[in-house]
Design a protein. Structure first.
Length: 306
């Protein structure tokens, strides 16, 4: 049955409206881009022309990203027994998250639509299949103890379908880790009110869906999962509220990102790892953070997702 997408229009940019969709329970662009639209963006162009410096930048920042990855694996290892530690990374980019997992004893597989990402992963000992997750039969994928979806669900046409398929390939008790931008958030609203800014965060057609803690939790629960852990990432809006207006100023934005990385790395070096983690859990409890990070589990003795 065809879904009728309707709801309050929250913003308009690049010829797309962002609506608070009553049918879906989360915000998304309207009209929703087609599969053909996305295929033009991601397999070749995304890292080659639209974001040519992302690969070099990410590799240069690997100490910071390994800190982030270790946080994620530490949570996953609380819920996934050692004998089930096979992980699928959907939208695996360069495979660096999987490489860190291999160093911790996880078996790995990535799925990535960009040629550049798959090639880089292979050159660094990580297996990634080129394509879109929804195109691979479950029988070919097999069963996983964990699935990672980092900054992926905001890009897809039907996030509910992705989560239902994820549910199907997870072992009983398997855990999914999801990171998405926290958009239309209280801090973004504060920036708009205090600095007289427009709605600056929508990015269609690259970002199709716009989640917060509540709407992503609701989508996961509707697909049969139970949310077991919530955390957040550093609220970049803090810089805006401190007078560092990086919007439209890429050099300043990169400097703010560097300062955020330095803060987290130095907290870790200073023996405050647990404080840092508890701080982000606290922010998540208040719906604050630049990204939403949720871990959700497929129940034991579970049937099919709804």
């Amino acid at each position: 049955m065809k879904v009728m997408h309707s709801g309050t229009t929250l913003s308009e940019s690049n010829g797309y409206k962002v609506i608070d969709c009553r049918a879906c329970g989360f915000k998304h662009v309207n009209p929703i881009p087609t599969r053909e639209d996305l295929e033009k963006i991601y397999p070749q162009e995304y890292y080659a022309t639209e974001n040519p410096d992302w690969i070099e930048k990410t590799v240069h920042e690997i100490d910071y990203w390994n800190l982030v990855y270790d946080d994620r694996y530490d949570v996953l290892e609380r819920f996934v027994p050692r004998e089930y530690r096979r992980i699928l990374d959907i939208g695996s980019f360069l495979g660096l998250f999987l490489k860190r997992g291999k160093e911790r004893g996880w078996a790995d597989l990535g799925i990535e639509p960009s040629v550049q990402g798959v090639r880089f992963a292979a050159e660094h000992g990580v297996l990634a299949w080129k394509g879109f997750f929804e195109d691979f039969p479950n029988e070919r994928l097999g069963c996983f103890g964990a699935v990672n979806l980092s900054l992926t669900l905001e890009h897809v046409i039907d996030p509910g379908a992705i989560l239902r398929k994820t549910y199907e390939i997870l072992c009983e008790g398997g855990t999914v880790c999801i990171e998405v931008p926290n958009d239309f958030s209280p801090l973004q609203d504060a920036v708009r009110k205090t600095l007289n800014k427009p709605v600056y965060w929508p990015a269609p057609p690259h970002h199709v869906n716009y989640f917060d803690f509540e709407s992503l939790s609701g989508l996961l629960e509707g697909c049969g999962f139970s949310v077991v852990y919530k955390t957040a990432t550093f609220p970049m809006e803090f810089f805006l509220l401190m007078g560092e207006d990086y919007l439209g100023n890429d050099p300043l934005g990169r400097d703010c990102h560097r300062r955020r990385m330095d803060l987290e790395l130095n907290l870790n070096k200073g023996g405050l790892t647990e404080f840092r983690r508890e701080f982000y859990q606290f922010l998540a409890s208040k719906n604050i953070g630049r990204e939403v990070v949720l871990f959700a589990q497929k129940p034991h003795s579970a049937g099919k997702a709804r």
